[in-house]
Design a protein around this ligand. Structure first.
Ligand code: PRX
Length: 630
């Protein structure tokens, strides 16, 4: 079984061991899994290429470790507990035995439909059990899954399908969110009409039963999957074979496909799940993330199932039918570990204390936070009104690229401090550097957050563009992985992640590249140029502020720009504020001075600094004046 740290002393010892000899440490962890063949080499790495290989030569299938391995000991234990959008409908539980059978049926259907090892399959689905089943079915046969969050637009979906050259899309007919039925299949049809030449089949799961348009590539899930055999041999995979691609935004260009591989990802996510949540046998664990993001991959599906946990999946939204929904579910299923995003906490905090007070939350033991900095007020509300002062809060810092949790308190073991992700997990060596790459030593300091040594679940490449991976993460500082985040180390050595230092904004815990949003805005025919920055937002953490130069200003321009962004990316990228400006502050070399725009958007205009070196310093006053109405 995966090792679980049990005391502060144990944490210090384990951490020490894991950094003095990381290979020995991770080898020991890897031994606890089931391998068809053991590895030839634990680690082979070079950050300059970058080349990162863990357990190479090892052969395994991650689904044998998530499912088959547990059958003798916990075949009848619930693996996935699914709570529907509408509380009047029944929850569904799938035991490990049932989940394995369904995964095998789906895997056989995928094979029958022509999917083979290495083929890419894109998902565009709501949070239904079939999503988890089909993701695991891909892993079973060695197909590479790429889940696209079902709130992205047809254009964004088509871009991802084409970048991955996916052979199949798996979708639902409609998605239920709150009182609404959202047409998911229609978005897939639109993406296909834009041109997705690699896609041979669209496998459609019937969720709501609302009417959809049928095309010749479409296949109904219910006409194929349930008729298949309930056993399916697991494809032997090299530890370094691709497991999945997950698209995420960066500071330049289109989203990039972060690639994770089988062996290291398996070892790491399981270890971190057990330790970060201090999961005990029989606990009910609930992560509210969507499987379209890395949190859902690592901490709804893989981490918990590898650890033999009961993982809950929720189809709905926190405020339907009312703002007590999360707490009602916690009471109903006696949830022990609850993991959510600061945005959700802030949104529910705004609805008042009466909602959580109505429910029995006494089963809760650990509360988690992920995806963005949690502010002090939200942290205390979470602690007082949800944890009742009895549940340690783990503020977990990590990224799509890191695959699993990197910096977090260990509940009940290390201390917690509001807004601090605090302590490096075993095997993780975070350091701070200044802009020139010099190590920032000592405590009570700030710097750029980098990681010094490889860990098993780090990204291996960006799909189809290895150079981009090198440039983005490994070129800023020699022999370091650069996270893109700025961080502070307090007097006692705890780490607080402050936020992105690059042109990435974090809206409700979702990453958006400013360039990506600008490109979308520029699709509006009246827009000549635009600049997008983040600004503090009470609920979302950061809001999107767009400055636009237009050649023909009309009353409808803001609404039109929002609808263009919704079409190009999806509603999550819609600017909160749009200000029409006559010009943008530029350096003499023509670069937009975003620093100034960020200050104006944040209403920090008294601290703008020297603007005299700008090409057009006079524009700054005009923008400040205009910002009062934005
Ligand atoms: O800026 C950091 C922020 O979210 C970014 C990673 O986003 P993504 O790849 O979408 O993954 C989110 C879920 C793992 C980071 O670069 N971030 C994530 N967790 C925290 C955080 N910022 C502060 N505190 C956190 N706990």
């Amino acid at each position: 079984m995966t090792y679980r740290i049990s005391s502060l002393e144990d944490y210090h010892d384990t951490y020490q061991r894991s950094t003095v000899d990381p290979e020995a440490f991770w080898q020991e962890q890897a031994e606890t899994f089931s391998w068809r063949k053991k590895w030839d080499q634990v680690l082979d790495w070079n950050f300059q290429e970058p080349r990162i290989r863990w357990f190479s030569g090892g052969v395994l299938n991650i689904t044998e470790n998530c499912l088959d391995r547990h059958i003798p000991t916990r075949g009848d234990q619930v693996a996935i507990l699914w709570e529907p959008n509408d509380p009047k409908e029944d929850a569904i539980s799938l035991t490990y035995r049932e989940l394995l059978a369904q995964v095998c049926q789906c895997a056989n259907a995928l094979k029958k439909l022509g999917i083979k090892k290495g083929d890419r399959v894109v998902f565009y689905m709501p949070m239904v059990p079939e999503l988890a089943v089909a993701v695991l079915a891909c892993a079973r046969i060695g197909a590479v899954h790429s889940v696209v969050f079902a709130g992205f637009s047809a254009q964004a979906l088509a871009d991802r399908v084409n970048d991955a050259e996916a052979k199949m899309i798996i979708c639902s007919d409609f998605n239920q969110r709150g009182a609404k039925h959202i047409p998911v299949k229609k978005v897939v049809d639109q993406a296909m009409a834009m041109g997705c030449p690699s896609v041979e089949r669209v496998l459609v799961h019937r969720n709501t039963g609302d009417e959809i348009t049928w095309t010749e590539q479409d296949v109904w899930w219910h006409e194929e999957v349930p008729h298949q055999d309930v056993t399916c041999p697991a494809e032997p995979m090299d530890a370094e074979d691709m497991l999945f691609i997950l698209y995420t935004s960066g500071s330049t260009g289109k989203p990039k496909g972060v690639v994770h591989t089988c062996g290291g990802y398996m070892v790491y996510t399981c270890f971190k799940f057990k330790n970060a949540f201090q999961y005990d046998e029989g606990d009910v664990y609930w992560c509210t993330a969507d499987i379209g993001w890395i949190t859902g991959h690592s901490y709804i599906i893989y981490g918990p199932l590898l650890a033999g946990a009961t993982s809950m999946m929720f189809e709905g939204v926190p405020t339907f039918p009312d703002a007590g929904r999360f707490w009602e579910i916690c009471e109903k299923h006696k949830v022990n570990q609850f993991y959510t995003a600061p945005t959700a906490i802030r949104a529910l905090m705004a609805k008042g204390n009466d909602w959580p007070a109505k429910y029995d939350l006494s089963a809760l033991k650990v509360l988690g936070s992920v995806g963005e900095p949690i502010n002090e007020e939200a942290w205390h509300w979470y602690d007082t009104h949800i944890g009742k002062g009895n549940c340690p809060i783990i503020d977990t810092w990590w990224q799509t690229e890191t695959g699993g949790i990197m910096i977090t308190p260990l509940p009940g073991i290390t201390d917690t401090k509001p807004t601090f992700a605090s302590y490096a997990m075993p095997g993780i060596q975070p350091i701070l550097v200044d802009a020139d790459g010099n190590l920032v030593e000592g405590n009570d300091v700030e710097g750029l957050l980098c990681i010094k040594f490889p860990w098993p679940s780090m990204l291996r490449t960006t799909y189809g563009d290895h150079e981009r991976c090198r440039q983005t993460y490994f070129s800023a500082f020699r022999d370091l992985y650069f996270t893109g985040d700025g961080a502070r180390r307090d007097k006692e050595g705890r780490i607080r992640v402050i936020g992105r230092v690059d042109d990435v904004i974090n809206v409700s815990g979702h990453r958006m590249g400013t360039a990506e949003v600008e490109n979308a805005i520029n699709e509006h025919p009246a827009v000549i140029e635009s600049a997008v920055v983040g600004y503090p937002h009470d609920i979302k953490g950061q809001g999107i502020y767009a400055y636009v130069i237009v050649d023909n200003e009309s009353d409808e321009i803001a609404a039109e720009i929002r609808s263009v962004v919704t079409r190009e990316i999806g509603p999550i990228a819609k600017p909160d504020k749009i200000q029409v400006v006559p010009g943008l502050p530029k350096t003499r070399s023509g670069k937009i001075m975003r620093r100034i725009l960020r200050k104006i958007a944040s209403k920090e205009t008294s601290r703008l600094g020297d603007v005299s070196t700008l090409l057009n310093p006079e524009i700054v006053e005009t923008i400040i004046e205009g910002s009062k109405e934005a």
